[in-house]
Design a protein around this ligand. Structure first.
Ligand code: RB5
Length: 146
């Protein structure tokens, strides 16, 4: 199950990404928002991030105007590693090296077709382990010391 969430700035792109993923056979849980009416992105980032850390959803995709607010909010949730990506290299590298469990996209920054490619690159890549395990342990240690 993939969690999807957006604010008003990301609503249109979220609809396109949702359609794209449903066509590919993914199961989606949509945490809103449901229109272009102005909302506060932390509410939606938090709902989707909680679903990822609880295990209800395996991964999550967050979309706002820049992707920045959503990624900052999601990364406040313990256990979330949310990567804001605007290129496909970063998208697969962050799965391989950071084992990111959420992807953030900026709908006002990244075009629709590129956004779909970024989502595909991110979802199809896997964590490669090795020295990156140690680095993730260090991130967890930082988190647990807060
Ligand atoms: C909303 O106008 C905008 O601030 C939001 O979508 C996002 O870009 C925040 O980081």
């Amino acid at each position: 199950m993939i969690a999807l969430a957006c604010d008003h700035g990301g609503y249109e792109l979220k609809c396109l990404i949702k359609e794209h993923l449903l066509k590919k056979g993914f199961n989606i849980k949509d945490f809103g928002c449901d229109s272009e009416e102005s909302v506060d992105y932390p509410d939606f980032a938090y709902a989707a991030a909680k679903a990822v850390v609880s295990g209800e959803c395996e991964k999550g995709i967050l979309i706002c105007g820049t992707g920045i607010g959503m990624s900052i909010a999601a990364n406040k949730v313990k256990g979330i590693r949310c990567a804001l990506c605007s290129d496909t290299y970063s998208a697969h590298a962050t799965r391989e090296h950071n084992d990111s469990n959420m992807l953030a996209l900026g709908a006002r920054v990244t075009g629709c077709e590129l956004a779909k490619d970024i989502v595909d690159a991110w979802l199809s890549a896997s964590f490669i382990g090795a020295q990156h395990v140690r680095r993730l342990e260090k991130i967890r240690k930082i988190e647990s010391e807060q």
